[in-house]
Design a protein around this ligand. Sequence first.
Ligand code: SAM
Length: 390
Amino acid sequence: MAAYICTRFCVNKFKDSVRFTQRRFRVKAKWAQTRAKFPSTNIALQNFDTTYSMQLGDLWPSVRVAMLSEQKYGALINNFSSTSNIITTDLEAEGCRDFIRPHQHSKDSIPLHRDGAEQDVLKPAAHEHSISPDIKCLVFPQGDISRFKPSRPDSSGLLGYYLLDAASVLPVLALDVQPGHRVLDLCAAPGGKTLALLQTHTVSYLWANDLSGSRTARLRKTLQSYLPREYLEENEIQITSFDGCKIGPTEEKRYDKVLVDVPCTTDRHSVMVEDNNLFNRSRTKERQRLPLLQTQLLMAAIQAARPGGDIVYSTCSLSQLQNECVVQQAIHLAQEEFGISVQVQDLSWFTQWFSDTFYFAPQLSVGELVLPHLCANFGPIYMCKLRRLN
Ligand code: SAM
């Protein structure tokens, strides 16, 4: 009772002191105004410092510096433009090279091996693996941070090249689309990979889908800027805005190849750009739900692939939780819930074939990961290729 009276007395005293303090001497509750404003980019960096220093160990400080430095781009040549050959020649004259075609190591292009050691490794023979001869992506040499000029239209208004992170062409190459294939691009907008897929001239039917209506509109605009109208009209290219998680049952076994380039923490964007940043406090739940969404999208992609068909899962994050864990979880669930057996396909030859251009992470449990590197500042891009067996 004595304690209760004492507490009431203190509370009343406090109320009185607030009520009778002259307005100009009153101190406003400060915490809301003086609380340190944490930019989302800082929150992202703190988060990455904790998780990636454990995941990447000694590699993290150099990857971190690269992610905070200017990113390199590649110019995806538009085969549909009448000036594509001239543009390629001009870019080569500026020192660019097509990173997809095998070439001799020059002295300013040192193989970037997984362990950082500079060694001369024989590239796998071209005939051992199939790479579309039609996709061309030009990059400036290692260490050269020149920027590409904006692409110009040809006489029909088609742009000559599309600028993108050159490593994001790798998931398309991994898909290995062959003539007559039916292809599903489940999360397609704004359309860099869709455009790369169409450069192969092999797709017989393409469904490019993205949940976001505004991003799908961007995708449509991109395709219109790079592909002749007749091509878009004559070929079966469908563009939609559906929830990709829901297409599994309706599209069961319909596609030879499925690309599932999922929404992720977009690590480079998250540490550099405040706008639309997933590390904004208001988006914490959305961020935490990402691995679940990614697993649902990958499950839908597995269902949509025909037996013997391939699925490529990709992200632009370093996160094990969004990469290997999602793939392993989806393989497990596909078997448990649908009786679908899925086999991981080997992409380790990429790490030799493209070692002049990209710096690959040390061996992962499943898939391959391009790490940002100051001499080759592409990525992060994770990719894993799966084959549906039954
Ligand atoms: N593949 C695109 C490219 O190369 O330009 C980039 C795709 S981006 C990494 C991920 C996309 O997934 C976003 O455009 C987002 O709108 C879309 N997305 C998010 N949730 C989705 C869902 N449930 N179904 C389909 N797309 C979704």
